[in-house]
Design a binder for this molecule. Structure first.
Ligand code: CMP
Length: 139
């Protein structure tokens, strides 16, 4: 199978709680390849653009406030099936659906402050990687 690229973001709560190394280790232990990495702080415009699909939801203001509350670490990850593998590794959005062993289940019981984000589809991955790293996904 051809390699896919996806984006994992360690959110401000994950950085504040010193979970960066642990999350990177989990990704590397799965045999996935980290091919780019960036630590930065989202401003309001960036967060609104990144999460545009959620604009209008009741949780959108809280999400913006949280995502701009401190630095994040973004990882570009490559492997066959990277999108599905990283989504599975971080766990479900809803706390009660998170399986033990997933990053969110192990480190958060919160809906918004959930430690990590991962691209949901190939089109999301391409859009999000371009926003974060400023380059097209495909060489
Ligand atoms: P993430 O996977 O980054 O995508 C959108 C984020 O919005 C989600 O993680 C949560 O941090 C936050 N969020 C808060 N409430 C909800 C909700 N009801 N449904 C989906 N996402 C939510």
């Amino acid at each position: 199978m051809t390699s896919e690229r996806t984006l994992l973001i360690i959110k401000p709560d994950g950085v504040r709680r010193s979970l960066v190394g642990l999350i990177i280790t989990r990704i590397e232990q799965m045999g996935l390849v980290i091919s780019n990495m960036r630590m930065f702080s989202m401003d309001d415009v960036f967060a609104r653009t990144f999460y545009a699909e959620h604009n209008g939801q009741d949780f959108f203001p809280a999400l913006l406030s949280f995502m701009t509350s401190g630095p994040v670490v973004a990882l570009q990850i490559e492997s066959p099936n990277a999108i599905a593998l990283v989504r599975t590794a971080i766990g479900a959005t809803r706390p009660e659906e998170r399986l033990p062993g997933t990053i969110r289940a192990d480190f958060s019981s919160q809906l918004t402050e959930n430690v990590a984000h991962a691209s949901a589809s190939q089109s999301d991955a391409e859009r999000e990687l371009a926003l974060v790293f400023g380059v097209a996904v495909r060489d």
